[in-house]
Design a protein around this ligand. Sequence first.
Ligand code: PAF
Length: 288
Amino acid sequence: MTTQLARTAEELHALPREGRRAVVMTMGALHEGHATLVREARRLAGPDGQVVVTVFVNPLQFGPNEDLDRYPRTLDADVLLADQAGADVVFAPAADEVYPGGEPQVRITAGPMGERLEGASRPGHFDGVLTVVAKLLHLTAPDLALFGQKDAQQLALIRRMARDLNFPVEIVGVPTVREGDNLALSSRNRYLSDADRASALELSRALLTGAAALEAGPAAVRRSARAILDAAAAMEPPVVLDYLALVDPADFTEVADDHSGEAVLAVAARVGTTRLIDNVHLTFGERR
Ligand code: PAF
């Protein structure tokens, strides 16, 4: 294994740095979706560059009733997976390394986009995400930072933060990786029983059914996806819908029925005790 493990900022900064540095930020419990991000980081950084994977379960982005305590922590396996995918360094700081004074008093505010969809369901979540992403960008000082499109709203907010606050980094979005049955890869999938999983598949089915109505326009996309989710509410276990939304990827506001151009069809739902999100990107042609 060639990947080096740094537990403190001092250890990270002591490592030699050559070429372009690409960072992949994670909360650990790495899976094939993360491996895809690391491989893409390796490709973009080039053989002479450096790929850093951060592993940090950020308490700031979990609400009081969320799964911070049960969030999987699997550092040894994570370092192995990062190594196999081509990472040079895993930076896995402890909480008091990232937040030496306890909870930070000064934080990033995500603004109006951070209050929509995921932000409405999880108040304060995106402030916590952006605060740790800003800190990890300072600590790792990368040329490029890669994030999965599965967390589409998070990606849009990180792009917006980098632009609004002049972070000297290129933010790269990487397409969602799906299993053979189309379930989007997520560290939370490990909580799903077989029955949960069968219900969870209705999320991607709703998105693909919505996407198939693209030519008929936004209203038809919403209607088609909604019909699948309405039926899924009667399954056992039920798919308990949090939101289905067809939004502008720049600010996550709902697009109009005559919208043309880019859009994101996004869904969040609870299956059993597990909350899942997924989305697909669509491009609407001019409507007459
Ligand atoms: O997407 C995630 O895993 C987290 O939100 C991130 C970006 C690593 C910040 O904690």
